[in-house]
Ligand binder design. Structure first.
Ligand code: GLU
Length: 549
């Protein structure tokens, strides 16, 4: 009996690997094109770090006229949830990330290098596992859980490195005939890689982000095919990234220590390894220190959070590029109005140590991003958000489309647009006073300096009787405000008041504040003249009269 016969016994139906090599040929892409992939487990959860990786993958493929693949790694079927793939597809879509190849819905996929869900690639992995057995580079292992436990205990007692390697690899040197006998007797087994590495030797490797790294060689006989016939991550990584003709593996740096193993696997399989770029984990400030951003403790670790809050995808993407790539900030300063797609991402400029996530900064970026949107876009995006998260707002916007766009257009589209909105969930509060339907419920008036009821009444009455005319242009409107101030004993200009504060009751700003508060309930709003133009004569009268009474 030889290796070939043993391999046939274990995987009788596996195809020859030549079949797959031909089925998934080298890609015909322009020089320098990068083939990247995002490869999450279908847990339904997209972590902010995962999104970051996907943005990088998507961007690099785009920049180089390459291909970006979405592959689902569902070989650990315990961790799977229902519709987990679909949720990932949608989670990415919400940030404008659409794969060129791979999964596009729960079960739908596109591309000729698939299937793109690992659980459907069982035959492929088995074919390659078989080829390793044939070469004596993999073998069946019959260890029971108890046996493995026993090995571990012995190692612990003797204070030596744990694992299944060298003399500890119990079935590594089991004669082929005996292995075949056990299999024929129906004993349970898994398939292990037969490592030829030596812990004492070092391997050198150049990571695109981390630079030169050095690790001891791998000597562990890791599992490649589990009892359920599915591969482990390591083996699937080698087979898939080879057959999908991936050129650049960009993944979290929790995998960097697996480099010796992965390089060894690629070599044993006769594959050319991809280039690796290990990205640093996103951190969070905590009690003066830094820690990894955590799914359990931080709501912002889940990308669904940004969707729920209504933080626009453009802002999140811009912010992530900002913290990831030192080139980004100077680029943005020099190109204030360029679309983010014009930014050329350089993989080797990604931060080596974990960037710290700062929500305040993100919201700041978001305010800037939104300030450049047209009122129409803000309307559309807010409506889209409201349809999912705020029915009252949705109705309001749908029933008053033209009007709402005018409202959202206040102080927008000029050289210094307003920057008060950071997320769609803030829009309602920032415009509610423009809608009678919800303004009526608002009885809190934020009067500021002038709080005396009689004085307020006088100011409003005089304004309505003598000065208010909806047809006035802005300059006339403002001059009349000054006239009113003067009549009531307030300075026409703030400057005059400051020079002789004893001479006046206040200044024109105090007067306009009374009018602003009467109309909106608030002392801070965007341009009052524009607000009044949109409210119109009737509503101005009615709101002021309401207050007077
Ligand atoms: N499924 C692996 C993970 O979610 C993928 C790592 C990789 O990109 O290779 O961590």
């Amino acid at each position: 009996m030889d290796y070939k016969e043993l391999a046939d016994l274990i995987f009788p139906n596996a195809k020859d690997i030549e079949y797959y090599e031909e089925k998934y040929p080298e890609r015909n892409l322009p020089e320098g094109a990068m083939v990247t992939r995002f490869a999450p487990s279908p847990t339904g959860f997209v972590h902010i770090g995962g999104l970051f990786g996907a943005i990088v993958d998507r961007k690099l493929a785009e920049q180089t006229k390459g291909v970006f693949i979405l592959r689902i790694e569902d070989t650990d079927q315990k961790r799977e949830i229902e519709r987990g793939t679909e949720q990932i597809v949608e989670g990415l879509q919400n940030f404008g990330i659409i794969p060129d190849e791979g999964m596009i819905s729960e079960d739908g996929e596109k591309g000729i290098y698939g299937p793109y869900k690992q659980s459907q690639r069982k035959d492929i992995y088995q074919a390659y596992a078989k080829s390793l057995i044939e070469k004596g580079l993999a073998y069946p292992c019959f260890c029971t859980t108890e046996e493995l436990e026993e090995i571990r205990e012995k190692q612990e007692k003797a204070k030596i490195r744990p694992g299944y390697y060298g003399v500890w690899a119990k079935y590594r040197n089991l004669p082929i005939v005996e292995a075949a006998e056990k299999i024929k007797n129906g004993e349970k087994y898994i398939v292990r890689f037969k490592s030829h590495g030596n812990e004492e030797r070092k391997i050198k490797h150049k990571d695109i982000i981390k630079g030169n790294i050095e690790f001891p060689e791998n000597d562990q006989d890791i599992v490649i095919i589990k009892a359920d016939g599915l591969p482990t991550y390591h083996f699937a990584h080698a087979v898939d990234d080879h057959l999908m003709r991936v050129t650049h593996v960009i993944r979290g740096d929790e995998w960097v220590s697996s480099i010796p193993l992965h390089l060894e696997l690629f070599k044993a399989l006769g594959f050319k390894p991809p280039k690796y770029a290990h990205t640093a984990t996103i951190m969070k400030e905590d009690n003066g220190g830094k820690r990894k951003i955590s799914k359990r403790k931080d709501p912002e670790a889940a990308v669904s959070y940004y969707h729920e809050e209504g933080i626009p995808q453009e802002a999140v993407v811009e912010y992530l590029l900002n913290i990831a790539n030192s080139n980004f900030e100077p680029w943005r300063r020099a190109n204030k109005d360029l679309d983010i797609s014009e930014f050329e991402l350089q993989l080797n400029k990604l931060s080596v140590s974990g960037a710290v996530f700062d929500m305040v900064k993100l919201l700041d970026v978001s305010k800037n991003v939104i300030s450049k949107f047209t009122a129409e876009k803000i309307y559309d995006e807010t409506l889209k958000w409201a349809k999912q998260y705020d029915t009252e707002l949705m109705k309001l916007l749908e029933e008053n489309k033209e009007y709402s766009i005018r409202v959202l257009n206040i102080e927008r589209g000029n050289v210094k647009p307003r920057k008060d909105i950071a997320k769609w969930s803030e829009v309602k509060n920032s415009i509610e006073y423009m809608y009678d339907e919800i303004f009526k419920n608002n009885k809190e008036y934020e009067f500021q300096k002038i709080t005396d009821k009689e004085e307020i009444k006088n100011i409003l009455s005089k304004y309505i009787e003598k000065h208010f005319d909806i047809n006035d242009d802005k300059q006339t409107w403002f001059n009349k405000m000054k006239d009113l101030a003067e009549e009531m004993g307030y300075a026409r200009e703030v400057k005059e008041y400051k020079q002789e504060p004893d001479k006046y009751k206040g200044h024109v700003g105090d007067i306009s504040t009374v009018i602003r508060v009467a109309l909106t309930g608030r002392c801070n709003t965007p341009d009052l003249y524009e607000i009044m133009q949109i409210l119109g004569k009737e509503r101005i009268y009615s709101r002021m009269n309401n207050l007077i009474q």
